[in-house]
Design a protein around this ligand. Structure first.
Ligand code: PMT
Length: 216
């Protein structure tokens, strides 16, 4: 047990944005990285609330899980828990856009050759944590990048007022989305904490250690 267990909130998985009652916009996030972080945080003696998008994974032992589907539901679940947490790790692959006007009934093809969907931006949960949500604890973001990994991640860390940012290059084969493995550079405001590749569960332990060990 750590001297003082932290109350940790973790987001994981994708969001699904409804087009109509049977179709959605989603992405390839499996939830494995976020669930591994939840398991590692409990193993380190912390109290964990896991806000999970639609994934097919068992809840790690000792974790309080809240299931959500859309970006709007994830935002609401994060904001309703924010006053009781010390550390937030936002690992979910939240949709950046959502259909402006989801259809109430299944959309029919009815002879159309093309279809246009109007999308509007979702709320940026990570970017809202400090303002307007007022979170004052330790804030950890993730960055899924396919180019200029470190420069883009450093920029995101500062723009979103994070304390740490875990950058993963999701263009590496057998790594990142869906895989059991990942390749992560953990950045703090002082620079690089570590770079490592391997099993998500092992990286999760290193990330939890890195963000809960006081920086010198
Ligand atoms: O789920 P797995 O299959 O295990 O894959 C893990 C992962 C690759 C999804 C994970 O390691 C990862 O990189 N998660 C972040 C994915 C992402 O959406 O990255 P981004 O660079 O687009 O977003 C940056 C940050 O903003 C992230 O912390 C994200 O949670 C957050 N965000 C993004 C959009 C939004 N509307 N709200 C947010 O909070």
């Amino acid at each position: 047990m750590p001297a003082s267990p932290l109350r940790v909130l973790i987001t994981a998985g994708p969001t699904h944005e409804a087009i109509d009652p049977v179709r959605f916009i989603g992405n390839r996030s499996s939830g494995k990285m976020g669930f591994a972080l939840a398991d590692a945080a409990v193993a380190a003696g912390h109290e964990v609330t896991l806000i999970a998008g639609p994934v097919n994974l068992p809840t790690p032992a000792g974790v309080h899980r809240v299931n959500v589907t859309s970006a709007a539901e994830m935002y609401a679940a994060v904001s309703s828990n924010i006053s009781t947490i010390d550390l937030a790790i936002l690992c979910a692959a939240v949709a950046d856009f959502t259909p402006a006007d989801p259809a109430q009934q299944k959309i029919k093809k009815s002879g159309q050759d093309t279809m246009t969907l109007q999308l509007v931006p979702t709320q940026d949960i990570l970017g809202s944590m400090r303002e307007p949500l007022g979170f004052t604890g330790t804030l950890v973001g993730f960055a899924a990048e396919t180019e200029n990994l470190i420069a883009n991640a450093q920029d995101k860390l500062l723009r979103k007022s994070c304390d740490f940012l875990a950058a993963n290059d999701v263009s590496i084969p057998n790594s990142g989305f869906e895989s059991d493995n990942n390749s992560v550079t953990l950045l703090s405001r002082n620079g690089e904490v570590f770079t490592a590749s391997g099993a998500k569960r092992e990286l999760a332990t290193r990330i939890i250690d890195g963000i809960t060990t006081p920086q010198t």
